[in-house]
Design a protein around this ligand. Structure first.
Ligand SMILES: Cc1cc2nc3c(=O)[nH]c(=O)nc-3n(C[C@H](O)[C@H](O)[C@H](O)COP(=O)(O)OP(=O)(O)OC[C@H]3O[C@@H](n4cnc5c(N)ncnc54)[C@H](O)[C@@H]3O)c2cc1C
Length: 399
């Protein structure tokens, strides 16, 4: 952890935001001998306890390993080779690994990835400032770029060759692209997710995605003792207004099978409601500013793509910066936005399809509901359809 007073006034790359995207970029650049400064608004403790994603694609696991933070992930992450689709009271397994030539997903919580990355940056003596809030960016043109921030009550400026805007959906980096150049695509879904964190052993050896007339439900896991479960709710639902018993009854109803399956109950240690949206900002670069991760795109969490897309952007950006500094090439920087947007739209398509397949909309005509069931029956009876789902689920962000 570095105090702002000891931060340099110039860095090759200034990174706005120390979430998974910003930290991973800093770590990859360090491995290539490129200096960076990470400015993060939250405290270290706040960042390390933020419970969010948990499903890592094969390509993300490989990238984290390549970045030198794969050791605990390999030891503690749980590799899953399939998922369950549940509808009409029956479970259907999609054998992900069998359908994709042996690839799987790894369940390892996002805050554990963040902890590993922070520890690695600090061990390497990297410039990483917590509680440093960026207030303004100068994306530059021919001259150097600049980042204005406050830390410990003082304002400071960092000049840099390039800025990486890794400050998430609510950050400031995207706003530095002039409105006349920037185009934003936003779709808000008419439902949200009620999420709980449960102190209990796993309810199932693999993730369960359930479609039920009462709405979607998901059984996921974070570790051998901590489980994450969700059910579809109104985006304005008050999480505190629900009694624990009512939460369990809702999950039981939506996940019920004819063979009597029930989730393993335990103390609910955290609860929250998230809204679901799809968002893309085009372009993802302007002058010397490059956006990565949630700063540029948001997907509904159903397809588990957000963190994986953030890691993929960062891999693309790190490769482009390495080509610039080590080989004097600008082609990869120039094509950064176009390449990332292609992947981001593929992920949007998949995430939106899976979301609308599994969620019920109170205003939905019965016709749409029948189509959902027909689609699910096709997925669970056709090897080709199941393979398309498996390929997108385990390895979409690599390409
Ligand atoms: C409920 C839920 C479940 C999810 N499940 C999955 C999943 O299973 N798999 C998956 O791949 N993805 C999932 N995601 C998405 C995933 O969590 C995000 O895509 C991921 O966090 C993106 O990382 P990021 O670094 O781009 O952005 P963020 O994690 O948002 O990090 C941005 C950082 O920038 C900082 N910041 C913001 N503004 C400033 C500023 N002005 N100055 C300095 N710092 C600033 C913030 O404090 C933050 O730490 C899920 C998300 C949610 C909400």
């Amino acid at each position: 952890m570095t105090a702002a007073t000891s931060l340099p006034g110039h860095a090759q790359v200034g990174i706005v935001g120390g979430g998974p995207a910003g930290l991973l970029l800093s770590q990859l650049l360090h491995a290539a001998g490129i200096t960076s400064v990470v400015l993060e608004a939250r405290s270290r403790a706040g960042l390390e306890r933020l419970i969010r994603a948990g499903v890592l694609e094969q390509g993300t696991t490989d990238l984290l390993t390549e970045a030198g933070v794969g050791e605990r992930l390999r030891r503690e992450g749980a590799v899953h080779h399939g998922i369950e689709l549940r509808y009409d009271g029956e479970s259907h397994r999609i054998p992900l690994s069998m359908l994709t030539g042996g690839k799987g997903i790894t369940l390892y919580a996002q805050h554990e990835v963040v902890k590993d990355l922070i520890a690695a940056r600090i061990a390497a003596g990297g410039y990483l400032a917590f509680e440093a809030t960026v207030t303004d960016l100068q994306p530059g043109g021919d001259g150097p770029a600049g980042i204005t921030y406050t830390h410990a009550g003082k304002a400071a400026t960092l000049s840099c060759d390039f800025i990486a805007g890794c400050d998430g959906f609510h950050g400031v980096a995207r706003q530095a692209i002039p409105p006349a150049v920037r185009r934003e695509f936003l779709h808000e879904y008419p439902y949200g997710w009620f999420g709980i964190l449960v102190d209990a052993p796993p309810s199932s050896p693999e993730l369960i995605y359930a479609r039920h007339a009462r709405g979607f439900a998901l059984v996921s896991t974070r570790s051998a003792t901590l489980q994450r479960m969700y059910f579809q709710c109104s985006p304005t639902e008050d999480a505190q207004g629900w009694r624990d018993g009512d939460i369990w009854r809702e999950l039981e109803q939506r996940l019920a099978t004819r063979s009597g399956w029930r989730p393993v109950e335990g103390p609910i240690v955290q609860r929250d409601v998230v809204s679901l949206r799809s968002f893309v900002c085009e372009p993802m670069q302007y002058g010397r500013l490059f956006l990565a991760g949630d700063a540029a795109h948001i997907v509904p969490p159903t397809g588990a793509k957000g963190l994986n897309l953030a890691a993929a952007d960062v891999r693309t950006l790190a490769q482009a910066l390495v080509a610039h500094y080590h080989e004097g090439r600008s082609d990869l920087l120039d094509s950064y936005s176009g390449r990332c947007l292609q992947r981001a739209w593929r992920a949007q398509r998949f995430s939106s399809w899976l979301t609308t397949l599994l969620h019920t909309d109170p205003t939905q005509p019965d016709f749409e509901a029948r189509l959902q069931l027909a689609d699910l029956q096709h997925l669970t009876s056709s090897k080709a359809a199941a393979t398309a789902l498996a390929e997108n689920y385990v390895d979409l962000a690599r390409h």
